[in-house]
Write a new protein. Structure first.
Length: 216
């Protein structure tokens, strides 16, 4: 029972939501861990995921095998450091985690189609893993276009989009943030499985366990 967590853009709260999901699964007795294949800029997100795993056997490198210093798309950051991102090595790192843990939440970098290498995007990597995909959305004006495009691309690749999580990044609510859920449910055949309010520190019950089991 593994899944890939993507976002409609950068800074939509993927790590925040991933950590909430990990903590919720752990509370329900599921041995869940997170995996951040590539971090660019700093390892704050990867460290947060490691903390949420609550697993003393894991190291930061287990959770985040590739760290690049420049706050940019992975391919751009790698070019700036004259490094090569080896996708097969990342897949092997995921496979090692998946062998030891029944649930791994894989968090992508940036948005769905962010460049990973000269020839591959993060979406290509997700397609290789062939996991159900959860889409985290910054619940604001403009979210409908970004979400519909992302979900339809996921489905066009033959992947299962298991659900959408609306994350209220800003404190203020507006008409768009209130109506987005109904519009997404009208235009997509994908459930909105959770709405995370600004500053919320817990998702309960966890929306993933039964949902991912149905995707297997």
């Amino acid at each position: 029972m593994h899944c890939f967590i993507t976002g409609t853009d950068t800074n939509v709260g993927k790590t925040y939501v991933t950590c909430l999901l990990l903590e919720a699964l752990r509370r329900e007795g599921v041995e869940a861990v997170g995996f951040k294949p590539v971090a660019a800029g700093d390892r704050t997100d990867a460290a947060a995921i490691l903390h949420a795993c609550q697993d003393g056997t894991l190291t930061l490198d287990d959770v985040n095998p590739v760290f690049l210093k420049a706050p940019a798309a992975p391919h751009v950051a790698a070019l700036l450091e004259n490094k090569t991102i080896h996708v097969e090595a990342i897949k092997e790192a995921f496979a090692r985690l998946a062998l030891r843990h029944p649930t791994v939440l894989v968090e992508g970098a940036g948005g769905w189609e962010v460049p990973l290498t000269a020839r591959q995007t993060m979406a290509d990597f997700a397609q290789d893993l062939a996991l159900p995909v959860i889409v985290v959305v910054n619940n604001r004006l403009g979210a409908l276009n970004h979400t519909i495009l992302t979900v339809r691309n996921i489905q066009a690749r033959g992947l299962t989009c298991a659900g959408i999580i609306l994350n209220q990044v800003a404190d203020e609510r507006d008409t768009a943030s209130i109506s987005n859920r109904a519009m997404l449910e009208q235009f997509l055949d994908v459930p909105v499985i959770a709405e995370v309010m600004h500053g919320e520190t817990e998702i309960s019950p966890c929306p993933l366990q039964a949902l991912l089991s149905s995707c297997q």
